[in-house]
Design a protein around this ligand. Structure first.
Ligand SMILES: *Cc1c(COP(=O)(O)O)cnc(C)c1O
Length: 376
């Protein structure tokens, strides 16, 4: 076995979130052993994917489901399904679709970069992104008027990265799009609810397997039978570049089976305990307000937030983030509002022994930065 240390890669303490750039979720022993077991055997991949899709569909309350390598791939494949359908000549020509409809309507406030641009994932699937509205507003009349014959689908992005005000809600998007016979795709990559978008009437929904669900790096597409069949058909085309292995599929199923067996309250309780332990350890820091906050995008997640009085402290939140990232072991925190002097700690990826280490290192950082800022 080769370890991270063997090749000079230092594991970090992750207090930032289920971040793809830090490796997604850490795998439970059950998930890891499912992967080891599955990886050692040969199976008919098509049968495996059918069975896995059927299980996921049941958990999601969807007609059908399919697996892929991530939600980024999910966006490309859902787009391709709406642009090329199951026509082998069209599938073969993607992403160079020169026919209509191929435009994918997206509210401007949803055209984010999650590490790569949403618009580029659409183009990978042969779609042409059509932004509607502005960064801070999508009037319903403008949205409705944009749904013409060139539109293959609407993509709704549910994410903490998106503009959280002024956007047309999913229910309105579905009502208007379905009124024109246009399917609605949802990117719910980092979301925690496996059923609500299907229940709301979305035609296809994609999730990351390696974010909220604690699976290996992977992705799910679930939704209407005929559209999932069109997603599956893309494996003879662009989706071949996004394939997923047998061990990943079995790890994903194991993670999901545990995840769906827990109620939202059961999921929240351990997070609250960690946040409270962090609060107890960090609330006495000078010129700093520490408090527990619910997720900004409404997911059942709590985080410990620290708001720094940068002037009185004599150092910035950005300097603190930097100090923590360079110490040993490195601690990665949530930096979405660092420009406002705010950092946050996400309890989900913290393992119990990490918590006292984080508290000690943050205190050391304060002592060091207040006495002139030299790195320990
Ligand atoms: C993470 C993310 C993606 C990409 O998901 P992967 O599984 O990493 O490919 C897409 N959209 C949003 C909103 C995300 O947060």
């Amino acid at each position: 076995m080769i370890t991270y240390e063997d090749i000079g890669v230092t594991p970090v303490i992750n207090a930032s979130g289920m971040m793809t750039r830090l490796g997604g979720a850490s795998l439970s022993p059950a998930v890891a052993s499912a992967m080891a077991h599955a990886g050692a055997a040969y199976v008919d991949m098509d049968v495996l994917k059918q069975r896995a899709g059927a299980m996921i569909a049941k958990w999601a309350g969807a007609e059908s489901a399919w697996v892929t390598c991530g939600a980024g791939a999910g966006i490309a494949i859902m787009t391709a399904a709406c642009v090329a359908g199951t026509d082998p000549r069209r599938i073969e020509r993607l992403p160079n679709a020169d026919w209509q409809p191929r435009e994918i309507v997206v509210q401007s406030g949803h055209l984010i970069n999650f590490g790569a641009p949403i618009a580029q994932m659409i183009r990978l699937g042969g779609g042409e992104p059509r932004p509607v509205g502005w960064a801070n507003a999508t009037p319903a009349e403008l949205f409705a008027a944009s749904l013409d014959d060139h539109v293959a689908a609407v993509l709704f992005v549910q994410s903490h990265h998106c503009v959280q005000k002024g956007m047309l809600p999913l229910a309105d998007v579905i009502r208007l799009a379905h009124g024109r016979g246009i399917p609605v795709l949802v990117d719910a990559a980092a979301e925690t609810d496996l059923r609500s978008y299907i229940e709301a009437g979305a035609d296809l929904v994609t999730y990351s397997g390696g974010k909220a669900f604690g699976g290996p790096t992977s992705g799910i597409i679930c939704g209407k039978e005929s559209l999932v069949a069109a997603c599956r058909a893309q494996e003879q085309g662009i989706a071949r570049a996004m394939k997923v292995g047998k061990e990943t599929i079995m790890g994903l199923l194991t993670a999901l089976s545990t995840y769906v067996a827990r109620s939202p309250t059961e999921l929240l309780a351990p997070l609250t305990r960690v946040a409270e332990e962090l609060l107890a350890g960090l609330k006495e820091l000078p010129y700093t307000r520490a408090y527990i906050e619910r997720d900004e995008a409404g997911r059942p997640i709590v985080r410990l937030v620290m708001q720094l009085d940068e002037v009185r402290l004599g150092f910035t939140a950005a300097a603190l983030v930097d100090w923590l990232a360079r110490t040993t072991p490195p601690v990665m925190v949530r930096t979405h509002r660092v420009n406002l002097g705010i950092i946050a700690f996400d309890p989900r990826p913290l393992r119990p022994p990490d918590v006292p280490v984080v508290i000690r290192l943050v205190r050391e950082a304060y002592a060091s930065l207040r006495s002139g800022g030299a790195q320990s």
